[in-house]
Design a protein around this ligand. Structure first.
Ligand SMILES: CC(C)(COP(=O)([O-])OP(=O)([O-])OC[C@H]1O[C@@H](n2cnc3c(N)ncnc32)[C@H](O)[C@@H]1OP(=O)([O-])[O-])[C@@H](O)C(=O)NCCC(=O)NCCSC(=O)C[C@@](C)(O)CC(=O)[O-]
Length: 301
């Protein structure tokens, strides 16, 4: 077992984390959240999405958020784009990179972006062509990789198939998403193994929700396989509006605490991160889901 000495955390709290919040979060709070996360050491951050405001009203102000954040040169500010219209919004906002997304579940894809998996890949073709021509890097996400909220089986081969197609479209990273947090470590390893049979291990990332309390165990399983690209969400914010039962992403504080304890460098200052988790949680008027944020409250000076 060789664990990586260093990992890249892709912080998704301002997009995946907040997209499902019923209470509208003002752009100013999103901007402060992003800037605090960057100050804590986050180097890759999802700031929002250019999707239909009718589908996800919470993300309607992504352009304003992008305009208002004080940007740093050493940080990648990324946005999610479902189609050319989203891509155009992303370019106009000056996003450093974009994320395209499909799924291993037909039913989820229909509910999430109103098309089949095959249609989504066709829809993303002009987006990737345009991004390539403009020199904008793109990563891709495969939802429901460890299970579906609908009554259907997801095979590792189905995940590998979509992953390969997205990789062949030029994605620099393919993120395996456990949208509803049902995965367990052996299952995680089997899926990563299947995906690593068709695309390089180095480009595989993981994006796990913690609905069943398995995300850290699954991240350890992924790290043991040599994966070093992890997504997480400050305060454990999150949930997908189109995946019934999906709760928060794994909390960045919990991941960073685990990594610190194993001597794996994430570049993130746990104290500043926990303070940020409480900042956004206080705004939302609830405690962070993160065990680490709750345990360390008031103990970090
Ligand atoms: C993809 C569509 C747009 C298709 O939705 P549609 O209704 O099939 O699209 P359409 O092309 O027929 O357009 C309908 C309307 O939306 C507008 N529109 C069309 N595109 C855009 C755009 N980019 N930005 C703004 N507006 C847009 C378009 O202009 C039109 O406006 P109208 O004429 O009715 O006023 C819709 O289904 C959608 O926006 N879905 C996004 C859903 C979403 O954001 N889900 C959450 C993100 S995925 C996720 O969280 C999973 C992930 C990545 O984190 C990994 C994991 O954990 O699984």
């Amino acid at each position: 077992m060789t664990l990586p000495s260093k990992v890249r955390i892709f912080e998704v709290g301002a997009r995946d984390g907040l997209q499902n919040e019923k209470q509208m979060v003002p752009a100013g709070i999103k901007v402060e959240l992003i800037e605090r996360l960057v100050d804590a050491g986050v180097k890759a951050i999802e700031t929002g999405s250019f999707v239909s405001p009718k589908w996800v009203p919470q993300m309607a102000d992504t352009a304003e958020v992008m305009e208002k954040i004080s940007r740093r040169d050493d940080v990648t500010y990324a946005v999610l784009t479902p189609n050319m219209k989203g891509y155009e919004g992303a370019v106009a906002s000056g996003a450093d990179e974009i994320e395209i997304f499909s799924a291993a579940s037909e039913k989820f894809n229909q509910r999430n972006i109103n098309c089949s998996i095959a249609e989504s890949l066709e829809r993303f073709a002009p987006v990737t062509e345009a991004a390539k021509a403009a020199g904008i890097p793109y990563r891709a996400s495969v939802s429901c990789a460890l299970g579906s909220p609908f009554d259907e089986e997801i095979t590792p081969e189905a995940v590998a198939d979509v992953s390969k197609k997205l990789y062949d479209m030029g994605a620099y990273e393919v993120s395996i998403a456990d949208t509803i947090g049902v995965g367990t470590p052996i299952r995680t390893k089997k899926v990563i193994e299947a995906v690593a049979n068709v695309i390089p291990l180095e480009v595989i990332g993981v994006h796990f929700h913690d609905t069943y309390g398995q995300a850290l165990a699954n991240y350890l399983a992924a790290l043991e396989m040599g994966i070093s690209k992890l997504d997480s969400s400050v305060a454990g914010l999150g949930g997908c509006p189109y995946a019934p039962g999906a709760t928060g992403n794994v909390a960045t504080e919990d991941v960073v605490y685990m990594l610190d304890g194993m001597g794996i460098d994430s570049g993130i200052d746990l104290k500043k991160l926990v303070t940020t988790a409480w900042f956004i949680s206080d705004f939302l008027d609830r405690a962070p889901v993160s065990s680490v944020a709750r345990a360390l409250k008031g103990k970090l000076g």
